[in-house]
Design a protein. Sequence first.
Length: 140
Amino acid sequence: MDRLTPEARSANMKAVRRKDTAPEMLVRRLLHAAGYRYRLHVRKLPGSPDIVFPGRRKAIFVHGCFWHGHACRAGRPPQSRQDYWLPKIARNQDRDRQSVEALKTLGWDCLTVWGCEIRDTEYLLENFRQFLGPAKDSLI
């Protein structure tokens, strides 16, 4: 296993994007091709959801398994510096819960798409259709 220097690791972590990530872009392309129209990163809403359907009052969060502590292989915490990573991931999870609760209080429904789920586009499409209802102008 390659060990990165602290400087290289820091550069790696700084390169991680907050929005327009590869999983988010795939979800957006899939939704658009299925005929759904949406808004992006609506900052007026709690948690600034990644994808928002204002007319339907529905929001989708696209979470990276590692950063948000998903219970999958990619979501395992690192073996090093757990005193740093475990509280950081726990704060992310708390913030996620608070955002979803605040949105629910405002009458919104939320769906979380995990990075590990994006490989199965048929599953995603079915999940989106169940969550959002029929699209207005579907291409697929």
